[in-house]
Design a protein. Structure first.
Length: 507
């Protein structure tokens, strides 16, 4: 309900007007009544989390990089979707990586690595980790029933300090103690503060307020870079999470194949595919790791087609690029390009096979000791040669592959690989010498995803190729002697794709 009195509305700050529709009682009697008469809290069942040992090792490693400095790693806060509704909370990946906290844990929390006398910190490191959180509020508080963002009545009971401490193995403190803890011993010759930038504006403002501004931005970037590079090689716990994310994603692709008849029948069949996968991701994991691409026919030539509002027609291909982010926040990133009616045409198969051959060449190059950039180069050699055989290149394949030419890239403008993990484009702040020019090591996980995209108005390709887009994307683990295709259980050979689709549609 809106107030009748325009004059009083004009005097009311905008921020307060959202409550004008509320008829929540505010009497002392109501306050007394709603905050009383509740049973005791059940005994906590929280135990030490499966990532606690791995996260302790990761914190020790980062501690060694920044001796004597105070490191601030915020989880982040809510983001407004519109008006008074927020997006679902998802912690920043650096925070998740160092704490093991996952889906929706914990808005506004901040991990601080406090420098301590050498060797007396956690696990003999030079830092003691403390997690500052907003713990569960008592039922005698207004927050309990009236705060739609944090209140227990609205969003459920938050964990207590003790529960988070048990779960993570990290000492916890109340978020109200954060400011003083950050400011302790900071000064010209005292402790330096670094914060992961662009995660939580409010915490960044507190840090700015405490420290001298000069050089601070550059210092923060080095911390973000180090935390990104810390994820380049996955530990055993992370590899296990990646296997789970991939397995769940493959189940989602199976559901998509079963849903294809519904997609064909619906005028926005691409949304049927997207909805099927997103529903699966929410049932079995936290969410999708990125917006699902469901691109039928010509839409597949738009690399990040996420409108997903088109028809899905028999006789055409549909490119589906999708990944489930499981509850620990690790995501898969898989693409399959499927014949909508279950059978590739001759020309579709020809394009598909070229992309598959490029992927296989990339797999052969993805071995320990090789460079990350070699994987892309191997794929591009096949793509250029195949385009040359088809008569599409104005120069030879060899000439096209020269850095000063690159004609073949007209039909594959994206890269072949990116690191994968907590973020779909993981380790994005790593330095080029460790990423693109980096040497592959066992434990690295990245995608191999070549493609060919022939737009329908591309006058340089024969008519029969126009409107065809193909990408095949798998998730790869570098092993001691080669690599493992983590997504190998999802068929990729044309005949195997057809047989798999037939089985699912008949089953
Ligand atoms: N799905 C985004 C990518 O493949 O990088
Ligand atoms: Mn990818
Ligand atoms: Mn992808």
């Amino acid at each position: 309900m809106w107030p009748m009195n325009a004059e009083s509305t004009a005097e009311q700050p905008l921020a307060d007007r959202g409550s004008n529709r509320s008829q929540r009682p505010s009497s002392a009697e109501f306050l007394r009544f709603i905050t009383s008469g509740w049973g005791g809290r059940p005994e906590s069942t929280v135990t030490r989390g499966p990532a606690a040992d791995a996260t302790a090792r990761r914190r020790s490693e980062i501690s060694g990089r920044f001796p004597g400095e105070r490191l601030v790693v915020p989880a982040g806060t809510f983001k407004v979707r519109s008006n008074d509704t927020d997006y679902r909370f998802r912690p920043h990946s650096a925070f998740a990586h160092l704490t093991g906290l996952g889906a929706e844990q914990e808005p506004d929390a901040v991990l601080v690595l406090h420098p301590v006398e050498d060797g007396s910190g956690d696990d003999g490191s030079g830092h003691e980790a403390v997690l500052y959180i907003r713990p569960l509020a008592g039922r005698d508080t207004e927050e309990f029933f009236s705060d739609s963002r944090y209140g227990e009545f609205w969003v459920g009971a938050r964990p207590t300090l003790e529960e988070i401490e048990t779960l993570t193995g990290v000492r916890t403190a109340h978020i109200d103690d954060l400011r003083d803890a950050l400011a302790k011993d900071v000064g010209e010759d005292g402790v330096q503060l670094r914060i992961v930038p662009d995660v939580d504006e409010a915490i960044e403002a507190v840090v700015e307020d405490i420290r001298a501004a000069e050089q601070a931005g550059a210092r923060d970037e080095v911390l973000a870079e180090a935390l990104s590079e810390l994820r380049l090689v996955k530990d055993a716990h992370e590899v296990e999470q990646m296997r789970r994310a991939v397995a769940t994603t493959i189940e989602g692709f199976e559901k998509i194949v079963r849903a294809l008849p519904d997609a064909i029948a619906h005028q926005r069949g691409e949304r049927v595919i997207e909805g099927t996968f997103v529903g699966h991701a929410r049932q079995e994991g936290n969410a999708v790791g990125y917006e699902t691409i469901a691109a039928a026919g010509e839409h597949a030539t738009t690399l990040h087609w996420i409108d997903n509002d088109g028809h899905v027609r028999e006789g055409e291909l549909v490119l589906v690029d999708a990944g489930v982010e499981i509850d620990s926040l690790y995501t898969a990133d898989i693409t399959r390009t499927l014949p909508v009616d279950g059978t590739f045409t001759e020309v579709q198969r020809r394009v598909y096979q070229a992309v598959l051959d490029a992927a296989d060449a990339a797999f052969a190059a993805a071995v320990p000791g090789a460079r990350f950039r070699d994987v892309h180069a191997a794929a591009m050699k096949v793509i250029a040669e195949r385009l040359s055989e088809w008569g599409l290149l104005p120069v030879s394949a060899q000439e096209s592959l020269l850095p000063e030419n690159q004609h073949h890239r007209r039909w594959m403008v994206h890269g072949t690989s990116h690191h994968l993990g907590l973020d779909v484009h993981d380790c994005a702040q790593a330095r080029a010498e460790l990423y693109l020019d980096g040497v592959l090591e066992p434990g690295m996980v990245f995608t191999i995803e070549p493609g060919l995209y022939f737009k329908s108005d591309d006058l340089l390709v024969p008519q029969e190729y126009r409107g065809i887009g193909v990408r095949i994307e798998d998730d790869v683990l570098v092993t001691a002697h080669g690599n493992e295709n983590l997504s190998a259980a999802l068929p990729r050979e044309p005949a195997a794709v057809e047989a798999w689709m037939k089985k699912l549609r008949n089953g």
